[in-house]
Design a protein around this ligand. Structure first.
Ligand code: GLU
Length: 311
């Protein structure tokens, strides 16, 4: 087997938020996590992260599933939906509260933006409400008390990482003032409880990972291994994303899209495979995928001969 993770019991996942259709940037994360699982005979799960209804786009869920199918990226088992796990997230918060790790916060985003500090590009919340003992009532966010936490981990692509939340970012939100659970909480709990052994995703989420590991540790949950892939950026260094209107993947060019994503991930797919059917490209990729070939960088520009798919 390849790349030193034991085949037995490998489980990975792709976890899109249903905020729009998949684009080339999402395909890179989907394909990288899929191949890392399949190359090792492991499972690959699909989790729809639908915990933020105001940001969801009608029909996005169905479009994501159809797009993955069209690209031959078939997942194992039933699709997981975070919207069905809300009770579990509430229990986790109760436990953190019982252990004195959670506090209610009445600070508005505006106040933090105006009076908070900026450290290393991120807005730092200095813990104004930490000692106020405010009641947990609707309209107040719930934050994790991160004092004394130091999180070190080794990313399989991006190398050693360290976060000391008290110095960078501060206490972060686990439940928003509008009652919605935070991405950090839901992902940390699900990855651990759904038995993920490895998380392969874009490097745009690298800064979130130590926060997710912190949550897992405080809840006594296991932590997977992490590998953060380079993300595709345009000539101005902007990530391909729904926010800057990356075009939706064109299912009619699925084979070509897969080839381009493999090329981006440093896998050197044979030129003859360019434009082949998705199943043919994936047969090659499952055989030859290697995490070691993935460029060890956080972001890469899509080269001119391999423009974003679907334009
Ligand atoms: N749902 C997140 C997103 O679409 C990704 C979550 C993850 O892979 O951890 O950006």
């Amino acid at each position: 087997m390849t790349d030193d993770i034991p085949a037995a019991g490998y489980r990975g996942r792709f976890a899109p938020s249903p905020t729009g259709p998949l684009h080339f940037g999402s395909l890179i994360a989907a394909l990288g996590s899929y191949l890392q699982a399949r190359r090792q005979g492991g499972e690959w799960w699909l989790r729809i992260e639908d915990i933020d209804p105001p940001r969801e786009a009608p029909g996005a869920r169905e479009a994501i599933l159809a797009s993955l199918e069209a690209h031959g990226l078939h997942w194992d088992g039933p699709v997981q939906y975070q919207s069905q796990r809300l009770e579990r997230y509430a229990q986790c918060l109760q436990r953190l509260a019982a252990e004195g790790r959670l506090y209610a916060c009445a600070c508005s985003r505006k106040r933090i933006a105006e009076h908070g500090e900026r450290r290393g590009g991120t807005l730092h919340y200095p813990g104004w409400c930490r000692e106020r003992n405010l009641a947990f009532v609707p309209g107040r966010a719930r934050r994790l008390d991160t004092r004394n936490l130091i999180i070190d981990f080794e990313d399989r692509i991006q190398g050693p990482q360290r976060l000391i939340p008290a110095e960078e970012g501060g206490d972060f939100v686990l439940q928003r003032a509008d009652g919605l659970y935070s991405y950090q909480l839901a992902v940390a709990v699900d990855d651990a409880e759904q038995g993920m052994t490895e998380v392969v995703r874009g490097s745009d989420l690298l800064a979130s990972t130590p926060r997710q590991i912190a949550i897992q540790r405080l809840l006594g949950l296991p932590t997977p291994v992490y590998a953060h892939l380079p993300v595709a950026v345009d000539a101005q260094g902007r990530k391909l994303s729904k926010q800057n209107r990356a075009p939706a993947l064109d299912a009619r060019r699925a084979g070509e899209n897969l080839w381009r994503a493999l090329h981006f991930l440093g896998q050197r797919p044979p030129t003859e495979l360019r434009g082949a059917l998705p199943a043919t490209v994936l047969d090659w990729a499952r055989e030859y995928w290697s995490l070691k070939k993935v460029p060890r960088t956080a972001a890469m520009e899509l080269s001119a001969d391999v423009p974003p798919a679907g334009e």
